[in-house]
Design a protein around this ligand. Structure first.
Ligand code: AMP
Ligand code: ZN
Ligand code: FE
Ligand code: FE
Length: 278
């Protein structure tokens, strides 16, 4: 069994990299893609464990990008990790922009009368501290009753505490993945607003190489639609559970929600046989 979409606690999952490797062995996943949000730290830490255990580990990443004003997740897969240097330094820049935003966000929240420090937020999110961690803190401190209100009142783009962070565009993400020798894939297309078939020519033009047709959030009809789009536009297909551990307890590694995920194993061979496209 293969699973090309999973998260460790180096981004917003709950399993440490070594624990995720153990989970793959336990569940019968033989090729595992780690696709943490905006970091390779989980993959780097898991690699020695996977090698020792005989698990094939695929280096991946999930970038948060902007497309037509919306947040869209973009996966990158690096079957050969030799050329990752520039991508790693670009990602370090994204992380420092995030930290700079977090410093300004703390100042803004303090201005609004919230008793909060950067250290408290970073204790939860470490290198990938983001608004969801701030939302948790606001709830724990009793500032708001729940996460929804934390976003509505303070953290959402339209809320009083919002602080701007520069996010890469989808096109930039695709370009950086391509330059690093990787294959880009549109993550969980079900969450992309609008008609995917109508949007795909533009994404293809930008250099998008694949579409994540298999995902825990997809019904069989969704998957069939995305497979058809991939075929029509001559793109690769990827698939994964989007495992996050205890924060998404319904999603199991390899098999998704109640076994709704069946990722064909030959999909990985097809990815290996052609770069970014065919
Ligand atoms: P950040 O990358 O730190 O700016 O945080 C972005 C993340 O916050 C997104 O990936 C979502 O998980 C979450 N988020 C953003 N806006 C909302 C919202 N209105 N309601 C709930 N979660 C949100
Ligand atoms: Zn995630
Ligand atoms: Fe995602
Ligand atoms: Fe994900």
């Amino acid at each position: 069994m293969i699973d090309l979409h999973s998260h460790t606690n180096e981004s917003d999952g709950t399993f440490a990299p070594a624990e995720l490797v153990d989970e793959a062995l336990r569940t019968g996943v033989t090729s595992l893609g780690i696709t943490d949000h905006d970091t390779f730290a989980g993959y780097d830490l898991a690699l020695p464990c996977a090698r020792a255990a005989g698990l094939e580990l695929i280096c991946g990443i999930e970038l948060s990008t902007k497309l037509h004003g919306h947040s869209v997740h973009l996966l990158g897969y690096f079957l050969n990790t030799d050329g990752l240097g520039d991508l790693r330094s670009w990602i370090r820049d994204l992380q420092s922009a995030r930290r700079d935003r977090n410093i300004r966000l703390v100042a803004r929240l303090q201005e609004l009368g919230v008793d909060i420090t950067l250290a408290e937020a970073e204790a939860r999110g470490r290198g990938m501290t983001g608004r969801p961690h701030f939302a948790q803190l606001l709830v724990e401190k009793g500032v708001v009753p729940n996460l929804r209100e934390a976003f509505d009142q303070y953290l959402d783009e339209s809320a009083k505490g919002y602080v701007y962070r520069k996010e890469p565009t989808f096109h930039e993400g695709v370009e950086h993945i391509r330059k690093a020798g990787g294959i880009s894939s549109l993550a969980h297309p079900i969450r992309v607003k609008g008609d995917i078939a109508a949007l795909t020519p533009e994404l293809r033009e930008m250099g998008l190489g694949a579409i994540e047709a298999y995902h825990s959030d997809h019904s069989p009809q969704d998957t069939a639609l995305y497979l058809d789009v991939a075929r029509r536009f001559d793109m690769h297909v990827t698939g994964g559970s989007d495992f996050h551990g205890a924060v998404k307890p319904d999603v199991s590694l390899g098999t998704g929600c109640n076994g709704n995920l069946r990722i064909p194993a030959d999909l990985l061979d097809k990815l290996r046989n052609g770069k970014n496209g065919n």
